[in-house]
Design a protein around this ligand. Structure first.
Ligand code: UDP
Ligand code: MG
Length: 316
């Protein structure tokens, strides 16, 4: 640890339409580190913003050599933007955090302490802020419950993408070729020495959330399909169960017919059964489609993000 390069760390911040947050973010990070021994770089990834995030980032980078701007060619999404930032980073440890200061930079210092004590991944675990809406809290809790159950990966509700990675881990993550890069799951899946660090979330300083219900649903589906094929097996189980049930029912009706009485007309039950089976079938076909779609994406081997340009005062 006496090696001076060991004190050099990277902070990766994906930013999509965060013009109002960036100047404050840069300022707070600078203040946080001003009295410490850490030497750092902040890589802000402009994920195809349509507001003034780009020019503001350029001006921040021109004022402070520690700030580097990475402009993606279009909006590639939060996870891809983090991947882009990771691939640019040079620090011995890399911290990913959001642009909106919901994750207080002072927690980074605690993360670094844990890292010095041997942790290779430090998961920031968010304790919900009272301002977080009921729907967002509940839906996120259920998503992680389902994901945990299906994939057997011990991922927790508050494990958003506020995290420290040792260089070894960052390189391991960068070596993963999958198009569907779900960092939130992968960072637990990779192993290494992991610790969790609970923190209290602050309020978003400015701007608005980019994850509304539809985006959250897409995110959840992606998390599940990229980590487990269990839903596919569901079809087999359900098919088997329905076959057994219908066999049993058929036997019962047959016996009743011979020994007691003639079957009663049962339109309601017939229609109910058909509707139910159709529903299940469509659901499972949809699930199959989800996986086939992902295979389709993977085999194309497209780059996961494209860099339009970089801005930095330091010669690269
Ligand atoms: N973000 C991004 N690309 C996107 C959507 C979001 O880079 O397509 C960034 C966003 O700028 C922020 C972080 O990802 O820094 C988390 O987004 P947000 O704060 O809107 O999500 P929330 O905290 O509300 O879940
Ligand atoms: Mg946020």
């Amino acid at each position: 640890m006496s090696d001076s390069t060991h004190n050099f760390i990277s902070i990766v911040v994906p930013a999509y339409n965060e013009e109002a947050c960036l100047p404050l973010l840069a300022q707070v990070i600078e203040q946080t580190f001003s009295t410490t021994q850490w030497d750092y770089e902040v890589i802000i990834v402009n994920d195809g913003s349509t507001d003034r995030t780009g020019p503001i980032l350029d001006s921040l980078a021109s004022q402070d050599p520690r700030v580097r701007g990475l402009h993606l060619a279009r909006n590639f999404g939060h996870q891809a933007a983090m991947l882009a930032g990771l691939s640019e980073s040079r620090g011995q440890a890399v911290i990913t955090m959001d642009a909106d200061l919901e994750q207080p930079p002072s927690v980074i210092l605690e993360m670094l302490e844990r890292w010095k004590n041997g942790a290779q991944i430090v998961h920031g675990v968010r304790q919900d802020h009272p301002s977080t809406g009921w729907w967002k809290r509940t839906s996120s809790r259920w998503f992680y419950k389902v994901l945990r159950f299906l994939s057997r990966i011990p991922i927790e509700p508050g494990m958003l993408d506020f995290r420290l990675y040792d260089r070894t881990v960052a390189d391991a993550l960068l070596s993963m070729p999958e198009a569907d890069f779900f960092l939130r799951g992968l960072s637990v899946w990779v192993g290494f020495a992991q610790v969790r660090l609970p923190y209290r979330a602050s309020k978003r300083v400015a701007g608005r959330t980019k994850f509304h219900t539809r985006a959250m649903f897409a995110f959840a589906l992606r998390g599940i399909t990229s980590f487990t094929t269990f839903p596919l097996r569901l079809a087999t189980y359900l098919g088997l169960l329905m076959t057994l049930v219908s066999l049993g029912f058929g036997t019962y009706v047959g016996i009743r017919h011979f020994f007691w009485e003639h079957p009663q007309p049962g339109y309601a039950s017939t229609i109910l059964l058909i509707a139910f089976l159709m529903g299940v079938q469509f659901l499972l076909i949809g699930l199959l489609g989800e996986y086939v779609g992902r295979i389709h994406l993977e085999v194309k081997h497209r780059p996961r993000f494209l860099v339009a340009r970089r801005t930095s005062r330091k010669p690269q």
